[in-house]
Design a protein around this ligand. Structure first.
Ligand code: ADE
Length: 359
């Protein structure tokens, strides 16, 4: 699948010129600051642009410099990340900022080897920061780039293999090597994958690469790129407890190596696998219970149905590093999991409803 230098040059020019015309105006495209590009690229991994924009602004308002991030408390970093998911990205960014401040006086290194030695900075992030912030001809490959290349070259191998990875990276290296603007080329590849060359219903008639695209020629867009079958969905049911005592509610911090490690949540009970949900709910040991709105929550291939209940607390209130009795306002200041945020909202809604109906 070797392409001639002249063809690569032609394709690179076509896609770059398309990008110049149609790129979306995004806040991180207004800067060449490596720290800001790094933040945006960390947030954009696994997360859509529209979701990222408000997080990006809030994060940089609070931590405008790499030094301010390096000096932050982890809980403040997590709080600003809360809702974006994949919290290891936030922890790594925090550790990475400390490393860059300590080792490189706060300046993101200008070569791949040093960049990839920073916690949380892998080949993709290194390529993104080096090309976008510094204009270096460093390649990057993400899911969008894989889709563009797999379709354009009619690449039929399953994409999570070593040889597929070699193909994508060597192609990306070749393309960025012949680009006048590595920053624009890399962003153009991702932009094409995110907009026209989308997973479902790609809009091929508008594509700058349509005249040489193998998938378009052979009508194979829908089956490319080829990936492993998805893991089957697992359904879970949880009951969560909003324990109440004297205008305070109980929150617990998730332990290491559990979902949402380090974030705060309401205590919960999980339905055993072999019990029907109705029987399990009926037999919950707590009474009296006020049920809040049921919540649906998804974590990778898990679909969780969550039944939140409000429960007066009769015992002593104890606080510790992993357990806090807080007011609702204090709860909002903690780094909550996305699920805890939903439950807190349902709780506040129910409370204001109760106050209205009592009035
Ligand atoms: N996805 C992740 N980073 C991106 C970028 N810089 N441009 C377009 N899409 C992206």
């Amino acid at each position: 699948m070797r392409a001639s230098k002249a063809n690569v040059k032609k394709w690179v020019e076509k896609i770059t010129s398309w990008y110049r015309d149609v790129q979306r105006p995004l806040p991180w495209r207004e800067t060449k600051d490596a720290y800001r590009i790094w933040i945006s690229e960390s947030m954009l991994q696994q997360t859509q642009v529209v979701t990222v924009i408000p997080y990006y602004h809030r994060f940089l308002d609070k931590f405008p410099t790499i030094e301010s991030l390096a000096a932050a408390e982890e809980s403040d970093v997590l709080r600003l990340w809360s809702g974006l998911g994949y919290y290891s990205r936030a922890r790594n960014l925090h550790r990475g900022a400390k490393a860059v401040v300590e080792k490189w006086k706060g300046e993101f290194p200008r070569d791949r080897k040093h960049a990839e030695s920073i916690p949380g900075v892998g080949p993709y992030t290194a390529g993104a920061v080096l090309s976008i912030a510094y204009g270096l001809p460093e390649p990057l490959v993400d899911g969008n780039v894989q889709r563009v290349f797999a379709r354009f070259f009619g690449f039929k191998e399953e994409i999570h293999t070593r040889s597929a990875s070699d193909f994508f990276w060597s192609t990306a290296r070749e393309w960025v090597g012949s680009a006048r603007s590595p920053s624009e080329l890399n962003q153009a590849l991702m932009e094409l994958g995110a907009t026209l060359c989308s997973k479902a219903q790609p809009r091929c008639t508008l594509c700058p690469l349509k005249s040489d695209c193998i998938a378009l020629k052979t009508g194979t867009q829908a089956s490319l790129p080829r990936r492993k079958p998805r893991r089957p969905v697992r359904r879970l049911s949880w009951a969560t407890w909003v324990h109440e005592s004297d205008h305070r509610i109980l929150l617990q911090r998730n332990a290491e190596n559990t979902w949402w490690e380090g974030l705060w949540d309401f205590p919960r009970s999980e339905k055993p696998e072999n019990v029907e949900p109705e029987a399990w709910l009926r037999d919950l040991p707590h009474a009296p219970l006020a049920a809040l709105d049921t919540q649906k929550h998804t974590v990778t291939h898990h679909r969780i149905e969550v039944f939140p209940y409000v429960l007066p607390w009769k015992g002593k209130r104890r606080n510790g590093p992993h357990q806090q009795w807080v007011t609702v306002e204090e709860a909002k200041q903690l780094p909550l999991s996305a699920l805890a945020k939903k439950i807190l909202l349902a709780y506040c809604r129910a409370q204001s409803g109760t106050r209205r109906s009592n009035a």
